[in-house]
Design a protein around this ligand. Sequence first.
Ligand code: PRP
Length: 239
Amino acid sequence: MKRTAGLVKTSVTASVKSVKSTANNRHPPLTLALPRGRILEEALPLFARAGFDLGAAEKARAGRRLVIAIPEHGLRVLIVRDTDVPAYVEHGAADLGICGRDVLEEQGADLYEPIDLGIGRCRLVVAEPEERPVDENAQMHLRYATKFPELTRRHLQARGTVAEIIKLYGSIEIAPLVGLADRIVDLVSSGETLRQHRLREVETILEVSARVCVGRAAAKLHGDRIDEIIRALRTVVSA
Ligand code: PRP
């Protein structure tokens, strides 16, 4: 089934007042999966501006707690790895989550993505050593190292390039320096890591930012409450 770009639900006014008023313990808490790291840092102030003070999540994180109740907003926050957010949401262990477009597209999870938050911006690029550019006409056996084998496979297929894909879990920039790969497909934010390793960008595959993702069951069961959160976020994201 394809993902769709929005929840079709009845209108709820997304003022801070209404955000709090529906959270009066009349329902079990909604569970929100947040990825630790840069997206979390940027998401907390965004939620605060939308009327959801998740400050408790920040404090609990400092104390290494990973499940945090925020009863004043009827929420429970899970702090998880970014690549695990889709699994929590798809299997209903979380009702909604925040996740980079890179992870969502790589995993192809069957989720609604009602809003792009515009945070955690970066790009997925192909890069190669400045001093050893690939000659694409040379019919060489090419190797691409990446944390994103599926996105890489799709990119190569679209270009009609035959190459071996080597899945790594981090420090991708090292791979071409030590002969593990000819090229890498990796995320670039400031570009500093590429520069430090004397790699140059060949092309951008995907513009990335973080999105809210919602499980299909959660959208059916708690659509109004989720819609309320989305509407509140929309007022600050488009502002
Ligand atoms: C990410 C990415 C690059 C780096 C890019 O790595 O994979 O290595 O950040 O950032 P920059 O363009 O601002 O230098 P991450 O920090 O997640 O660690 P990893 O290499 O272990 O995946």
